[in-house]
Design a protein around this ligand. Structure first.
Ligand code: ADP
Ligand code: MG
Length: 210
């Protein structure tokens, strides 16, 4: 089976920065509808700082990659999304360990640990209209693809497609966690901003491997 290299992981973080920055106004507009209009600037700041650190001091292991990206997101993002995306990358790195590449099973295990960390920290369940609504179905799709024998590239492309669908599916939901939950029923009818960023996370992972 094909493997995800450290160079591709670094490329993922750079592409994540680029596409987040391209969508900065869109993400902020989503957050203006059900939050406090800072999600685009929060994510742009965090992903830009993380990519700069990786480029200035390239990590030697997947563990170091996760630590650099995770710590930078935690310390620079500011909003609720910072510690959550940060936890995802920190757990991803510690679970992957001191290796320089990941096969499909190792990638899935690292992402699963990351998503479990997000849920442990944020206490959101699927259906609460948070990034968990994209993270959980994305991982389920990745697992289905890999179990079915798909190569990494195809599996990640399908994961990106599933993520985009899951992001759109947050629109009718009523928020149960985070700032949007203060709106109650009025949070329905808007895509969750953190779910939109998470769809970009998987879109750029697929692009880094393509
Ligand atoms: P803030 O809400 O502090 O302004 P951001 O605007 O950067 O932070 O991020 C908001 C996003 O964070 C939401 O759209 C949602 O996806 C995510 N989020 C908020 N709270 C939680 C939580 N408890 N669990 C998971 N995700 C959450
Ligand atoms: Mg916000």
């Amino acid at each position: 089976m094909s493997k995800l290299t450290l160079a591709q992981l670094n490329d993922w973080a750079v592409k994540f920065r680029d596409v987040i920055n391209e969508n900065r106004e869109y993400l902020t507009a989503l957050d203006a509808e059900i939050g406090d209009a800072d999600h685009g600037s929060n994510m742009a700041r965090g992903t830009t700082a993380a990519a700069e650190k990786l480029l200035a001091d390239p990590p030697a292991t997947v563990s170091a990659f996760g630590k650099t990206v995770g710590m930078t997101l935690v310390s620079t993002v500011g909003g609720a999304s910072g510690p959550l995306f940060g936890t995802l990358f920190l757990r991803f790195g510690t679970t992957a360990g001191d290796v320089t590449e990941l096969d499909g099973a190792a990638l899935l295990a690292a992402l699963e640990a990351g998503v479990n960390g997000v849920q442990a920290r944020g206490k959101a369940e699927p259906g609460d209209k948070t990034m968990v609504d994209v993270l959980v179905p994305a991982l389920a799709e990745l697992k289905t693809q890999l179990d079915g024998g798909a190569d990494l590239k195809t599996a990640l492309q399908q994961t990106a497609v599933a993520s985009a669908t899951a992001k759109d599916a947050t629109k009718p939901l009523v928020a149960k966690k985070g700032r949007a939950s203060y709106l109650g029923e009025r949070s329905a009818g808007h895509i969750d901003p953190g779910s939109a960023s998470t769809a970009i996370l998987f879109e750029t992972l697929a692009a880094a491997v393509a």
